[in-house]
Design a protein around this ligand. Structure first.
Ligand SMILES: Cc1cc2nc3c(=O)[nH]c(=O)nc-3n(C[C@H](O)[C@H](O)[C@H](O)COP(=O)(O)O)c2cc1C
Length: 189
């Protein structure tokens, strides 16, 4: 029998994202975020939830733009580092020797060696308790050709993205495919 276990802001699986932004001196910062997702397909929008104490917060506020980069499993330590240390105290870009360029469409940094970078312009934002939710309209996607499939978009097995488990504070990789979606037939017909 199921039992009531209390409550926690939890979903499976949570993504591991790096949110890129520029500060007033045009210095790039990347912050790890798991609290993000897709919110709309028209307009094409993503959400990221950022606490106001993050250095990233004022950067996004100022620029009304940010990037969302997908680390691959091989970038796990980089992703963890960007989730522990703040640009308030260190330069994560030089600490990690990251190669960064600037989006041609918005004031947002791109991680050149990451498989996928999404460039967003902030459409709206609102405070929700501990976090501010930034809704970003996707204005560009940059992908390494090696992760692009027949659909013309990045494919999960090629990207090899990271997953975060909030309950155990552990990173996972994606498992094996189960079946094609939208293929199940109606029963008793
Ligand atoms: C796995 C993981 C997920 C995280 N998710 C979020 C998040 O969704 N929102 C947030 O505000 N902070 C999140 N953090 C914490 C920030 O990444 C961390 O405070 C970081 O140092 C902020 O960097 P900044 O001050 O340079 O912006 C997460 C950290 C980790 C390790």
């Amino acid at each position: 029998m199921l039992k009531s276990i209390g409550t926690k802001s939890i979903l499976f699986p949570l993504p591991v994202l790096l949110i890129g932004s520029y500060d007033e001196a045009e210095k790039a910062d990347f912050m790890t975020a798991s609290w993000g997702g897709v919110v709309s397909s028209d307009p094409q929008c993503l959400s990221v939830s950022v606490r106001p104490e993050r250095y990233t917060y004022n950067n996004i506020r100022k620029n009304r733009a940010f990037s969302v980069c997908f680390p691959a499993v091989k970038h796990a330590e980089i992703a963890d580092y960007c989730g522990i240390f703040s640009a308030k105290n260190t330069d994560k870009i030089s600490d990690l020797n990251l190669k960064v360029s600037k989006s041609e469409l918005a004031n947002a940094p791109i991680l050149d060696d990451f498989p996928v970078n999404i460039v967003c312009r902030t459409k709206t934002d609102f405070d929700m308790g501990t976090h501010t939710v930034f809704i970003g309209e996707i204005i560009d996607m940059l992908a390494d050709p090696s992760v692009i499939g027949a659909s013309g978009f990045p494919e999960i097995d090629k990207v090899d993205p990271m997953i975060y488990d909030l309950a155990t504070k552990t990173y996972y990789s994606v498992g094996a495919p189960i079946m094609k979606a939208y293929t199940t037939k109606r029963k008793n017909k």
